[in-house]
Design a binder for this molecule. Structure first.
Ligand code: HEM
Length: 472
């Protein structure tokens, strides 16, 4: 400990820290993000906080976040300590691994997502098909209020399922509904207060009962489902005709079986499939749900998107990816809603790869680094009205789409979100297909949809609400 202290002579400034609890008493339970932003006003864009007994360097504001993620991306490439995910993934898979394992699995995943995305049926076609099924399900509700969470989960899960498992599931299949339920709940539990506490004090929380234990139980049940899918694929694999991601991985395992250092193992296969499914379903469907909640609260914005749909696509033809460029207003609204939502406010923790000099401070090797995406998404130097929903943040005076470098809900650099392309594709197709067919409204008697998060921790999770989809 003292040796590390010695090295920490030039460490970033930060608040007082108590033994065991660290700076925890400062972080007011539910509101870690605003508390860190407050501390940054006092200590500057680079400061240090102790989470339990672990020091973490916090980067606040677009300039320093970008410097770490992009300009010096290689030095901040490694995933940092994230006890709940580490326990769940056992260091396997792509999200939590580092070094050669990460490099191999990331490359393989990106390439395979792309290849299957351009295969017999493209990701675009899969998402278009799911969008049409969503419309059918929504039509059956006849404009009555209902909570669309599970339905949206089914749609996004089906797109990633077709790439990974080569199959889509019926929206009413009980086995699948169970997996989707586990996914939603696991995500919520990881962001809950108990989930955050586990990440701060894992050695103590490990032995205490509570919602964090339910998180692990649910995650292991989803992993068992994925394991069973891998087993089915092993039994039915035809090497000349790989059907999906799992088949491709099994073939790669066969090719590499004489290499003792290979990362293409059965365990990494199951965990990578789990990672992609876990990271790719709830994130996209919750974002879609939030965009629609924002649109219910802003009927004028909804009307303008519908005008753009009528002009560019019309009422008959299903929306396609090629329409995106011709629809700057819709694109601006989606990007602004994602900025405003601030889904992953702290990013996913990184770590200093070596002893680093950064902005005049020394950051020792292995230190946890938090790149606050939220601080970029609300940076007043880059957004005129950071705490308001305003599509003009992404539009110029002529109404053309205006890119904003600080809009990084998917993070940035070499270790950014692996599914960004797929998520953007799905969000565009679902939003446009839904608005092509429906007016979104509040349920009768409800005079406001609360857009503030229900749970705010690892993720800002919006409230569960009912919406009305009135046919046009
Ligand atoms: C990582 C956000 C959808 C797969 C991440 C990260 C963020 C993020 C902030 C952290 C990157 C970093 O360390 O800097 C989102 C959001 C989504 C979304 C907001 C939807 C709106 C998806 C989808 C997939 C996916 C659809 C899968 C196809 C992953 C994976 C990682 C990741 C595998 C870990 C990457 C790595 O460690 O190399 N995502 N994501 N995500 N995301 Fe996403």
């Amino acid at each position: 400990v003292w040796a590390t202290r010695g090295k920490r002579k030039n460490c970033p400034p930060g608040p007082m820290s108590l033994p065991l609890l660290g700076s925890l008493p400062l972080l007011k339970g539910q509101d870690t993000v605003s508390c860190l932003k407050e501390l940054s006003k006092k200590y500057g864009p680079v400061f240090q906080v102790n989470f339990g007994s672990n020091p973490a360097v916090i980067l606040c504001g677009y300039e320093v976040v970008k410097k770490a993620l992009i300009d010096r991306g290689d030095e901040f490439l490694d995933r940092g300590k994230f006890p709940s995910s580490e326990k769940a993934s056992r260091g396997l898979g792509v999200i939590m691994s580092n070094g050669e394992r990460w490099l191999q699995l990331r490359r393989f995943s990106l390439m395979t997502l792309r290849n299957f995305g351009m295969g017999k049926k493209s990701n675009e076609e899969h998402a278009q098909e799911e969008a049409q099924r969503l419309v059918q399900e929504l039509q059956a509700k006849k404009g009555e209020p209902f909570n669309p969470t599970t339905l949206f989960n089914s749609a996004t899960a089906n797109v990633i399922s077709q790439i990974l498992l080569g199959e889509r599931f019926d929206y009413h299949d009980p086995k699948y509904l169970r997996v989707l339920y586990l996914l939603t709940e696991a995500f919520r539990l990881e962001s809950s207060f108990a989930g955050q506490l586990y990440n701060l004090l894992p050695r103590i929380m490990e032995y205490l009962p509570g919602p964090h234990q339910t998180f692990f139980k649910y995650v292991y049940e989803i992993q068992a489902f994925m394991d069973q899918k891998v087993e089915e694929h092993e039994r039915t694999l035809e090497p000349s005709n790989p059907r999906d991601f799992i088949d491709d991985f099994l073939l790669k395992m066969e090719q590499e079986k004489k290499n003792p250092q290979t990362e293409y193992t059965r365990e990494n296969l199951m965990m990578t499939v789990f990672d992609l499914f876990f990271a790719g379903t709830e994130t996209t469907s919750t974002t879609l749900r939030y965009i629609l909640m924002v649109l219910v609260e802003h009927p004028e914005v909804q009307a303008k998107i519908r005008e753009e749909i009528d002009e560019v696509i019309g009422r008959e033809r299903p929306p396609a990816l090629k329409d995106r460029l011709a629809m700057p207003y819709t694109e601006a609204v989606i990007q602004e809603a994602q900025r405003f939502m601030d889904f992953v406010p702290l990013g996913i923790v990184r770590m200093a790869k070596a002893d680093l000099e950064f902005e005049g401070f020394t950051i020792p090797k292995g230190t946890t680094v938090i790149t606050m995406l939220s601080s970029a998404l609300h940076d007043p130097k880059h957004f005129k009205n950071p705490y308001h929903f305003d599509p003009n943040h992404f539009l110029d005076e002529k109404g053309a789409f205006k890119k904003n470098a600080a809009a990084i809900p998917f993070s940035a650099g070499r270790r950014n979100c692996l599914g960004e392309g797929l998520a953007r594709l799905e969000l565009f197709l679902y939003v446009t297909t839904i608005l092509q067919n429906f007016h979104l409204k509040r349920p009768p008697g409800v005079d406001k949809i609360d857009l503030t998060p229900d749970v705010s921790g690892f993720a800002n999770i919006p409230r569960q609400v009912e919406l009305c989809f009135a046919p046009r």
